[in-house]
Design a protein around this ligand. Structure first.
Ligand code: ARG
Length: 267
């Protein structure tokens, strides 16, 4: 009688230990945030050819990557209690870098399209811009509408939504896709292409710096180029933390301030 009772109790203790063991194992799978905190740094992938979002600038003789995306990334890192590390690469390589774990987040004025959402997760949108077309100043009276771009060469960044916008909306034109925005600008200046499609703040930044370039009034249909932070799928904790930081920055008008400051810095 007594022995049976003991056996049952011992069995129950054993069983609860097994369960506790299981639970322990589960919590050993580290969350992304824990990994980032442990490493002490948040690694951000970007394509620093996109003023005022992200661009290279010499400040006090020191080479830096600056822009409002960078300021946002710093705030995300600060809220996580870690340092920010920036990895600059080509725009069309960013999502692969995220998938392979080479970077923790991508902030590059990236639009959360349905296609991209199949492969990565996005934060909420933190900024929205419209699409625009720039040309050489000498062509400003010749290229004033989408029709004027018939049979012309129109450039867009490889892997960007602007590439598809040219295909879908500037139907008579020939698309030229290049990896770096700076190469698109150079091609335009050197008569290799006749126009470039860019988000307006970026178009403005380049036109302000290059008097031989001109921002047209051409309106494109899909005007909405919202930007969000991309994270590898399956890291809901990180997306949540990013959204919390973004919410704070949107509510206290910090993003607006960052955009203004970055725009001035790009001039
Ligand atoms: N918003 C566009 C897209 O997501 C262009 C972004 C380009 N960004 C850059 N850093 N070059 O496709």
């Amino acid at each position: 009688m007594f022995n049976k009772k003991i056996i049952v109790i011992v069995m129950m203790i054993c069983l609860s230990l097994v369960f506790a063991g299981c639970q322990n194992q589960n919590s050993k799978v580290e969350s992304k945030i824990d990994q980032i905190k442990k490493s002490g740094k948040l690694v951000m992938g970007t394509s620093a050819d996109y003023p005022p979002y992200e661009f290279h600038k010499e400040i006090n003789g020191k080479h830096e990557i600056v822009g409002f995306d960078i300021e946002i990334a710093k705030e995300i890192a600060k809220d996580l209690g870690v340092e920010l590390e920036i990895k600059d690469m080509r725009f069309d390589g960013l999502l692969a870098a995220l998938q392979s774990g080479n970077v923790d987040i991508v902030i590059a004025g990236m639009t959360p399209t349905e296609e991209r959402k199949q492969n990565v997760d996005f934060s909420n949108i933190y900024y929205t811009a419209v699409q625009s077309v720039i040309v050489r100043s000498e062509d400003k009276d010749i290229i004033k509408s989408i029709q004027d771009l018939d049979a012309k060469y129109v450039a867009a960044q490889k892997g960007s939504i602007q590439e598809q916008i040219v295909i879908d909306q500037i139907k008579g034109a020939n698309l030229r896709a290049l990896g770096k925005i700076s190469d698109l600008i150079l091609s335009l200046k050197n008569n290799k292409v006749d126009a470039v499609v860019l988000e307006k703040p970026v178009a403005n930044a380049y036109v302000n710096k290059n008097s031989d370039l001109y921002l047209t009034q051409i309106k494109l249909e899909e005007e909405d180029g919202g930007s969000a932070v991309a994270v590898k799928k399956g890291n809901e904790d990180l997306v949540k933390a990013i959204n919390k930081t973004l919410e704070r920055l949107i509510n206290d008008n910090s993003i607006e301030k960052f955009v203004t400051e970055a725009t001035e810095l790009a001039e």
